[in-house]
Write a protein that binds this ligand. Structure first.
Ligand code: BG6
Length: 278
């Protein structure tokens, strides 16, 4: 079952429900902001202050960072423009009693060509099932190659920041955006301060181990992952976030970022995929 719904201000989203799970997906940004399996809580952290307003990125869920991750490209907004563009609903496939696939599309417009002068087609597939599966494919419609960086900027709900351990990033080289240096650690990652790191060579599974559950992330078409938590000071200054929100979420972002940029040849596609299970 699915339905196209609207908040009072006209902001549109799709609700999906099947025997395994339910989800809410905003057309703006192709942004999934709720995924609930069986009796569990929303897997995706969503700020109580999040705006569902045209042109404003939702704070939480899974923002799509595209065609740039981060803020290195001064001609583009931080994390690119896709997260505030309106996607088209292409199709909803009710595959079986426990699996629903939502297909959304975004193509270049005069506005996007003004800030990023390339013709493209983006297709986002969101499969709501026992697992949550996302797949973002970028098609280059130009006669020449172009370069992208991108991410599924997933905000995970956690029981408390002090309870979690992130496994699978041991010995992976990372760029520390706070210290502007590269490093590596042998230990699993615990978060007890502000963390903003781009891990490279992350082609294996990453585990987010919490008190009562372990969330598994498996990616394809990506070999970088960003781990971010703003901690106390930054959290109190962030838009659309309560000052203590840093205790309740961690972002593990499946990416093509920094050294892991992607060059897409003319008329070719690149696909970034993520399967989240618990
Ligand atoms: C993370 C970045 O991906 O996103 C952080 O690594 C950034 O540096 C964070 O602060 C949030 O970004 P935004 O644009 O959603 O506030």
């Amino acid at each position: 079952m699915y339905k196209l719904e609207k908040f009072e201000n006209g902001f549109e989203y799709i609700t999906v429900k099947n025997e395994a799970a339910s989800a809410k997906i905003a057309l703006q940004g192709g942004h999934i902001f709720e995924y609930i399996k069986e009796e569990s809580k929303n897997l995706l952290w969503l700020s109580e202050q999040s705006a569902f307003e045209e042109g404003v990125a939702i704070r939480g869920g899974i923002p799509l960072c595209w065609p740039r991750f981060g803020s290195l490209d001064e001609s583009l907004p931080q994390h690119g423009f896709a997260r505030t563009e309106l996607f088209r609903l292409l199709e909803v496939k009710e595959i079986n009693a426990t699996t629903t696939e939502v297909l959304l599309g975004l193509s270049d417009t005069p506005f996007t060509r003004q800030i990023w002068n390339h013709r493209f087609h983006l297709q986002l597939s969101i499969r709501v099932s026992q697992t949550l599966q996302l797949s973002l494919s970028t098609e280059n419609l130009e006669d020449e190659a172009f370069m992208i960086t991108e991410a599924f900027h997933t905000y995970f709900t956690i029981s408390a920041i002090k309870n979690i351990v992130i496994k699978g990033l041991e010995e992976k080289p990372y760029y520390d955006s706070l210290l502007d240096c590269r490093s590596k650690e042998s230990q699993s990652l615990i978060i007890d301060r502000e963390v903003d790191r781009v891990y490279q060579e992350t082609d294996d599974t990453i585990l987010l181990v919490d008190k009562e559950k372990t969330i598994t992330l498996q990616t394809e078409g990506s070999s970088s992952s960003v781990v971010w938590n703003p901690w106390i000071d930054k959290c109190s200054k962030m838009s659309y976030m309560n000052k203590n929100a840093y205790k309740d979420f961690v972002c593990i972002e499946s990416a093509n970022a920094f050294d892991d940029f992607v060059i897409i040849k003319s008329k070719k596609k690149h696909t970034l995929s993520l399967v989240v299970s618990f």
